[in-house]
Design a protein around this ligand. Structure first.
Ligand SMILES: *Cc1c(COP(=O)(O)O)cnc(C)c1O
Length: 397
């Protein structure tokens, strides 16, 4: 089929041309004497995306899942207790990894559609006078349900309880799209990946690690080798790596970071909010509901949309793919067949969102879902016209 296939999944996201071209290079010497003049400023600029002055950035050849493993193996010991809430496929997988790696996992199950239960965490942390919890794990943006959680609230609960546990945040589908404050929230390890807000192919786990978490590695008894922070630190300080780095990915990261910083992080967040809000307007105009149970959970990077009872969202996603040449996100695990997802993050603008909404609308009508043609698109058009005009004026002022 001619034309571009629409990619409206919450990762991998669309890769901007500047990032693609940055990767189209001849192979480079990973021990070249001038490599540090490229890598050291790159480390420094990636830190800005995490909003940190004090944390250290690590770039592992891995996907986000490898970032989780790096976070835990470098800081914890077998049998250490961790606290995590499970409310979607990604928080579920993270909790599962903790169990498989030999940690003692206190899992708080929450209905899918809600986020981290800050009050329950606060109670548990207060009750833990012996400080058995060594780490508190927060999935900032649950990609399966389109739910964003309150990291600052968890930090406050930890501070109120004077609890010394490490705070780990999975920001794979939020970093560089939804505001994140590594230093202000005193996050100890933030795990991200290349294929979402960073608008790159999958293949880099991007972490920021606090001084406190780096100190914890000295007593951490879990086995680690490939993901050892120590090896990275020894070589990274001079701008090199302990094994062959994926230099084309680092070139892409340079280009992506330049795009983010030149747009301005606050503008990037505002754009994501605006795009997401237009999608939410469309969902209500369709007469449908989001999986996210309340506005405070609404994610600005992905919307999981519940189909009415009796309709199969997997069939919808398949139909949109074959007939309209577009990818929507599927429902995963507990919400499989119930929700479809629109990823609205990364290299994206209003027109692209309208394309996603129009395609979803056509596919829903084909399957007999009772939505009025043009209703969602129309609502989003009116919202984007107003919201875009006012932000364009603000930028001009
Ligand atoms: C995508 C994602 C991950 C990591 O998945 P990988 O496929 O390993 O990159 C982890 N957590 C969340 C919330 C995600 O969206």
């Amino acid at each position: 089929m001619p034309g571009q296939r629409g990619l409206f999944i919450p990762g991998p996201t669309n890769v901007p041309q500047a990032v693609r071209l940055a990767m189209d290079i001849s192979m480079e010497d990973q021990r070249a004497p001038d490599l540090p003049s490229f890598t050291l400023p790159l480390f420094a600029d990636v830190k800005k995306v995490f909003k940190t002055d004090t944390a250290q950035v690590f770039l592992f050849p891995a996907s986000g899942t490898g970032g989780w493993e790096a976070a835990m193996t470098n800081t914890l010991s077998p049998g250490d207790k961790v606290l995590i809430a499970r409310f979607g496929q990604f928080s579920l997988l993270w909790a599962d990894m903790c169990t498989r790696m030999g940690l003692e996992v206190d899992v708080v199950d929450v209905p899918w559609g809600e986020g981290v239960p800050v009050e329950i965490f606060a109670e548990k942390l207060k009750a833990d006078k012996a400080h058995a919890y060594k780490a508190v794990l927060v999935t900032h943006n649950e990609t399966a349900t389109g739910v964003t959680s309150d990291v600052a609230g968890v930090r406050k609960a930890m501070d109120d309880a004077h609890h010394p546990a490490l705070l780990f945040v999975d920001a794979v589908s939020s970093l560089a799209s939804i505001d994140f404050h590594m230093d202000e929230w005193k996050v100890d390890i933030c795990v991200s990946g290349s294929q979402k807000g960073f608008m790159m192919p999958a293949g880099l786990a991007i972490l920021a690690v606090s001084e406190k978490a780096l100190a914890a590695r000295k007593a951490a008894g879990m086995r680690r080798c490939y993901f050892d922070f120590e090896d990275m630190m020894k070589t990274n300080k001079d701008g090199f790596f302990p094994y062959t780095p994926p230099l084309h990915m680092l070139r892409a990261l340079r280009a992506a970071t330049d795009l983010l910083l030149s747009e301005g992080l606050e503008n990037v967040f505002a754009r994501h909010h605006r795009l997401a809000e237009g999608v939410r307007q469309a969902v209500s105009a369709w007469g449908l509901r989001l999986c996210a149970a309340a506005p405070k959970w609404h994610s600005d990077t992905v919307s999981a949309i519940l189909l009415p009872e009796g309709f199969d969202s997997a069939a919808l996603v398949r139909h949109a793919y074959t007939k309209y040449h577009m990818s929507l996100g599927m429902g995963l695990n507990k919400v499989a067949g119930k929700v479809f997802r629109i990823g609205h993050l990364g290299d994206l603008n209003e027109i692209m969102c309208l394309q996603a909404l129009a395609g979803a609308e056509m596919a829903m009508r084909d399957l007999g879902v009772p939505v009025t043609a043009g209703s969602g698109v129309g609502a989003a058009i009116e919202y984007y016209r107003g919201a875009t005009a006012s932000s364009a004026l603000k930028n001009a002022a």
